[in-house]
Design a protein around this ligand. Sequence first.
Ligand code: ARG
Length: 464
Amino acid sequence: PGRFGGSEEGRGKTIVIDYSSPNIAKPFHLGHLRSTVLGHAIRKLYESLGYKVIGVNHLGDWGTQFGFMLAAWQRWRQDAEARIARGEGEIDVFVSLYVRINQLAQEDPSVREEARSWFRRLEQGDREARSLWQYFVDRSKREFDRIYAILGIHHESDAGESFYEDKMQPGDPDKGGLGFPLILKSDGGTTYATRDLAAAFYRETTYHPERIVYVVGAPQTLHFKQLKKILELMGEPWHEKLVHVPFGQYIGMSTRQGNVVFLDEALTEGRRVATEAAESATKKQDLGPAEIAENARKIGAGAVKFFDLKNGRMKDIQLENNSAGKIDLSLITATKGETGPYVQFAYARLSGVLRNYGKEPTAAGVVFSLLGEPEANKVLKAIGEHPAKVRQALADFEPSIVARHLLDVADAVHSFLHVHRIMDSATEKVDPKVREARALLVGCARKVVGQCLDLLGIEPLEKM
Ligand code: ARG
């Protein structure tokens, strides 16, 4: 009894997906948000076909930039701590220190030397350097975890770049027509590419996966081509397993706002939508304050996810600013149109219809010819496409196929319910056999809508 559109073809097979992967002491920006949301949807697609998924958060927690961070912290620690104590965001403070130390290094070359020596200490496991670095890691992770909790996202592993520190052997790959990324610096230091090479080996030997998928923005396309080519030149047949899934970017707003502000504002807006929906329907709904608050989080997160996932992944996503210069969220959280609240509302509506019906619809004894109306046919057709849509979405790494399909099912069933009744009204009686057939149709539509929401990482709401 698997789910409709699911399969067992992936049974016994493992997929590694690298997604989200933000950088320590740097903002979690909208590119990371896209990677998080897309990567999560892709893992859901794999899971629905029976694969075991290892989600990896390849945190950017290593590299010479940490030498600069430590040098900056040593110089300006008091000032930084005072700013944090006054309520300034920790990551904002870290970023400003990093900018400041780099400016200083432009004027004063000894600062560069100082940073290099800090990084060397870090590499050598010096206690002071390690504990300062750990502080940045802990504080950054705390912020990332806050975001993941809102989004309902998790990883099986957060082996970041530093994890591979002791897993890097010198290599000597040839050119291969893609240029030559620096693998080992003259002073023995490693690079982003070295660490990705080590990570690929680790993933291959630890998990023996079918595929190693990287959900990372389009600007890193060359990096992943090089990575794959190097493995090929090293004679590793499993280089074939590497797949880079690139995506477009958010455009149309300043970078100042370009990070969590978007997420936080969408959540606030989601809260407003949820409260309003509950208030305007007090007769039909009996939602308590705790339920409303939980719905608010789900609606806000769902709005952000659907807004992202309804677009073909290579498309840039245009954000509009309103007259106050802030991101205009009305399109994202509207209850009508192609939005998260709309698809969640569809699920809540179908759930409500079935609550009124009062029992679990079943196919036993249903006279299917009673579903001959054109509106019913549309629903049946949309539902019937479900398994093929799921497969196509995974084959193309394109969750937007699920999102569009979800809109089709939701539209079709809304139109059906607009014209046809299930329960009697004061003026219209419904034949019990017709009621049974329609309830089954609604029950199936609800299942498909629920599965699509789940594939997109959007939490369903029974009541809204
Ligand atoms: N930390 C990188 C960035 O923010 C993304 C890492 C993606 N994953 C990888 N294995 N390179 O750009």
